[in-house]
Design a protein. Structure first.
Length: 306
């Protein structure tokens, strides 16, 4: 079809999220290991008379359908860079939990960049695209790249990571989201009270986890999952402790809060184990929705327009 392009973009979890000191620019210095999962949004852009956003899916009401949508901001940023007219109709098929710590907004921004670059037939290098992505948000470059990658700075500086095999996950999606800035404010508050310092990983590189990923041994990966933001997310949503316990009792090898939460991610021994953990977790009533996913998977990719 003329005049349109669609990109499919994965959600992410952080296998390791180390939070360092607060920087002068208001961001924290991070050391994180991103992993893209097989849970996707699809972003379609079509030539139009106005810039518009339409969101489809169960959670559409939680997502702004105006110029503040991160996908719309991405299109405008790319058009400005390229000296192009930004007027396109953006349609987002939303599957990634909103405000779930899975980079849903960042995924849509990455999808919009890739789809609009195709629509406008832009001659843009990957580095230029990644620079625009980094200006839009710390997780947007990773949503473009996907796979497994080490993120430093505020998470936008990426190094691809060697990994073998597929990891199988169960995701427990909470009924109420958490705002990422609120969770960072809470970690600052807890740290000022000196409550979570003993377990904090900070900006150290997670070398044992990198080795475990390269070996492809899920049993080596499981005990090394770590999230410095978890105490802050648990402090804001104490019932997540129950969710984490329920996942482990259902047979997961390990469970962590994903990014800033409140989605909890459970690593399972294999695909069959993930199905059985998901079934048991669904029955336990601790989550609004339970999904299975695997990863690492590639980042934003063009797909046939639907
Ligand atoms: P991260 O993991 O990157 O911290 P998140 O997954 O916790 O983010 P998002 O789903 O990206 O959170 O949504 C955060 C907020 O951003 C939402 O509450 C919503 O109001 C706003 N937002 C703007 N654009 C989008 C979009 N395309 N999809 C989802 N949320 C969006």
């Amino acid at each position: 079809m003329m005049g349109g392009a669609t990109a499919r973009v994965p959600a992410k979890i952080n296998l390791h999220l180390g939070v360092g000191p607060l920087r002068d620019d208001g961001f924290h210095e991070l050391s994180t290991l991103y992993c893209a999962l097989s849970l996707y949004d699809e972003v379609t852009v079509r030539a139009a008379d106005d810039l518009s956003v339409t969101v489809r899916g169960e959670s559409r009401r939680q997502v702004p359908a105006d110029a503040t949508n991160l996908a719309a901001r991405a299109v405008v940023a790319l058009a400005t860079h390229a000296g192009t007219d930004p007027r396109v109709a953006i349609t987002i098929a939303k599957n990634i939990p909103v405000a779930g710590g899975m980079a849903g907004g960042s995924a849509d921004a990455a999808g919009a960049l890739v789809a609009a670059a195709r629509l406008w037939r832009l001659d843009i290098t990957r580095d230029e695209l990644l620079a625009i992505a980094a200006d839009l948000g710390s997780d947007v470059p990773f949503s473009v790249v996907g796979g497994a990658a080490l993120g430093t700075g505020r998470g936008e500086r990426l190094l691809p990571v060697l990994h073998r095999g597929e990891l199988h996950w169960v995701l427990a999606v909470a009924g109420t989201g958490l705002s990422t800035p609120d969770v960072y404010r809470e970690i600052d508050r807890l740290r000022a009270r000196d409550e979570d310092q003993p377990t904090a990983a900070g900006t150290a590189r997670p070398d044992p986890l990198l080795q475990a990923l390269a070996s492809g041994d899920v049993h080596a990966v499981a005990p090394l999952l770590h999230n410095d933001l978890q105490p802050a997310a648990l402090s804001l949503q104490p019932m997540l402790r129950r969710t984490l316990r329920a996942g482990r009792e259902a047979g997961a090898l390990a469970g962590i809060v994903s990014g800033s939460g409140p989605t909890c991610a459970f690593l399972c021994a294999d695909a069959d184990a993930a199905v059985s953990v998901a079934a048991e977790l669904s029955g336990s009533g601790v989550a609004k929705a339970v999904r299975t996913a695997s990863g690492p998977v590639p980042g934003a990719r063009l797909v046939p327009i639907n």
